[in-house]
Write a protein that binds this ligand. Sequence first.
Ligand code: HEC
Ligand code: HEC
Ligand code: HEC
Length: 422
Amino acid sequence: MKHAFKPLCAVLFALTSTAHAADDALVTRGAYLAKAGDCVACHSAPRGKPLAGGLQMMTPLGAIYTTNITPDPDTGIGRYTEEEFARALREGVAKDGHNLYPAMPYPSYAKINADDMHALYAYFMHGVTPVKQANREPDIKWPLNMRWPLKLWNVVFLDKGVYQNKAGKDVAWNRGAYLIQGLGHCGSCHTPRGIAFQEKGLDESSSTYLTGGLLDNWFASNLTGEHNTGLGRWSEQDIASFLKTGANAHASAFGSMTSVINNSTQALNDTDIASMARYLKSLPASGGYGGAAYAYDPKATKVSLTRPAATDSGARVYTAYCMHCHGVDGRGFAPMLAPLAGNPNVLEKDASSLINVTLNGTGDLVLNGIPAPYPMPRYAPVLNDQQIADVLTFIRGAWNNNTPAVQAGDVSKMRKATQAAR
Ligand code: HEC
Ligand code: HEC
Ligand code: HEC
């Protein structure tokens, strides 16, 4: 009896500890998927507790606040069952049945498969520290605050159904498509939105998918194969380095993309990053505004900077304030200091991002806990609207960039919009 008991204990112990190990592995996988989904970027307030909600987000109807998704039973999602959790992510319906605003990217998360949903749920219930913090009501007044119209919105715009592998495409392409369209919700910024705030395409079957969009005063670039404003001149390796490190020979991350790199893509493994690059590189050119592919022209550079002082106020500002970092030749010192020559963001017709980054600089890119050494400074206190318009007009004309001028009126609009938000 005594002797039989011991091995039985050992067996039981072995069984429960493998069960624990399996649970731990599930929670760890869930944590990784939560990184891929960048839940923390929206569900945390500046300087607030991670995932406890409270971040203000602007919608066309007014400001709303993200909710507490820690497992606290009273103020968070601790009482959500797995089915309710999946319904919130896939259909935008909360536990009590109210519809969520599509600022929560459920049209993208609808594509998350059942295994991944299970792992995410395990992580949110067992891997996240509960925080007691009450949710804040949206600043939207009656009657616009009624949520039932969202049910109609869902009927028209929500594409239900998890991601299905596409025949004829390899494993990497399908993995990349799954991550980009689903958890990564890249289209929530990079796809233009229609009048009902819907993304004008949720996958590559739409020619507007990932052709660039303006959200929160940042223009998220065209990610199709377009050769000037898109990724046509980037290799898969260029895209991968950008997602992993926030910079490559062509451009650096700034604006709202910085937080995507800080909180999400830098944590993804090389296989997943390579798959995302593979998928993006397969998107045919779309958007942009035609014209020949950009080619660097050093002659154009020389002409622009040898006789600036007398005639060109933009070149004067550039020489005084920008040149020591971005270079006489506009090539910066990539990947540390962004090049401006041929940079897709500079060539983009919509200059919002350029104006915003020059006025306000950018939040630090933080890689493995270390902030970038020379972040783009903030010029709002130093340069007036006309000077910023002039320097950006200069940059958009120099080094063969050949992109339309920037108007002082657009700079003052951006100054007002972003100062209100500070
Ligand atoms: C782009 C911003 C954004 C991202 C990214 C995001 N959420 Fe949300 N989420 C929201 C907003 C906004 C709401 C509240 C919407 C409302 O009040 O109608 C919300 C609500 C929710 C709710 C409903 C909670 C409740 O209060 O009952 C859950 C659950 C949720 N999100 C989970 C997640 C998970 C898990 C992720 C990552 C996979 C995620 N969210 C990523 C913006 C976001
Ligand atoms: C919160 C908004 C937002 C989300 C979500 C987002 N991006 Fe971006 N992204 C931007 C903005 C704004 C830019 C332009 C500034 C820059 O180049 O960093 C950008 C730039 C980029 C660039 C560089 C393009 C260029 O021409 O310089 C790549 C590549 C990119 N994003 C890929 C992605 C991928 C892949 C995802 C999804 C995993 C994603 N982004 C999600 C806002 C976003
Ligand atoms: C201290 C060095 C420094 C100076 C000075 C500087 N920049 Fe930058 N700039 C950067 C860095 C670094 C980035 C990349 C984003 C980041 O990491 O902050 C950048 C990014 C940019 C971008 C976006 C391009 C991209 O893809 O990242 C534009 C446009 C820009 N700078 C314009 C200017 C203008 C105009 C001036 C002068 C008024 C200027 N910069 C002065 C360092 C500098």
